[in-house]
Design a binder for this molecule. Structure first.
Ligand SMILES: Nc1ncnc2c1ncn2[C@@H]1O[C@H](COP(=O)(O)OP(=O)(O)O)[C@@H](O)[C@H]1O
Ligand SMILES: O=C(O)C1=C[C@@H](OP(=O)(O)O)[C@@H](O)[C@H](O)C1
Ligand SMILES: [Mg+2]
Length: 192
């Protein structure tokens, strides 16, 4: 066995954790892609802390994301989001799930790129729509035609999400299968 061969006993999660090192793993992608759900499960599998930036924003502001948008507007929300992300990404390793617009904001994107390995959960419109139309917690989708809004956001944002270090296609398979794909993508990524 030479130095580059993985020990046969190494599990996928162990290999992914080793590749991650001290870096954070940051989930990006559109609303409904599964950043919050798959991020949490991935953190469990890696045995590292998990934090969702929307939850952290709600905790520090003592307001819901919807109320923040309604009361202060999107611009203020983005400023708060950038400050929260900067703090969350200061040390690692941990898994950080962002809200869908975080990576689109220039300041937040800078913090994210500096603070960790980024993984884009890419998904098709119908997959996203089936998931998000069940809840009314997403202020950007309170429009006359929310599916069209989602499609417009896809067009505008996908070229930017595509800058991520890793991409995994999010679809309706078991969440555990998604986690396996995420771990495999990390493990196969060359250490930086
Ligand atoms: N692979 C999956 N299969 C089925 N449902 C999923 C999957 N991934 C996420 N979901 C569900 O889709 C909804 C949106 O997921 P969420 O993690 O909140 O997305 P995001 O944080 O990217 O907006 C949640 O109800 C979640 O349980
Ligand atoms: O796409 C966006 O701009 C947003 C996505 C939401 O998070 P999820 O992507 O987790 O739904 C939340 O941060 C806010 O409603 C804005
Ligand atoms: Mg989320």
């Amino acid at each position: 066995m030479n130095d580059v061969t993985e020990p046969v006993s190494a599990t996928l999660a162990e290999r992914a954790k080793r590749t991650l090192g001290k870096r954070n793993l940051v989930f990006i992608g559109l609303m409904g892609a599964g950043k919050s759900a798959i991020g949490r499960l991935t953190a469990q599998a890696l045995g590292v802390p998990f934090v969702d930036s929307d939850h952290e924003i709600e905790r520090v502001s003592r307001m819901t994301v919807s109320d923040l948008f309604a009361t202060y507007g999107e611009e203020e929300f983005r400023a708060l989001e950038a400050r929260v992300l900067k703090r969350l990404l200061r040390s690692g390793p941990r898994v950080v799930s962002t809200g869908g617009g975080a990576y689109i904001n220039e300041r937040s994107r800078r913090h994210i790129k500096k603070g960790g390995l980024t993984i884009w959960l890419n998904a098709e419109l119908d997959v996203l729509w089936e998931r998000v139309n069940k809840r009314d917690t997403r202020p950007l989708l309170k429009t006359e035609n929310p599916k069209q809004t989602l499609e417009n956001l896809m067009r505008a944002r996908y070229p930017i999400y595509a800058e991520a270090d890793l991409t995994v296609l999010s679809r309706d398979v078991k969440k555990e299968a998604m986690v396996e794909e995420v771990l495999a993508a990390i493990a196969d990524h060359q250490k930086a």
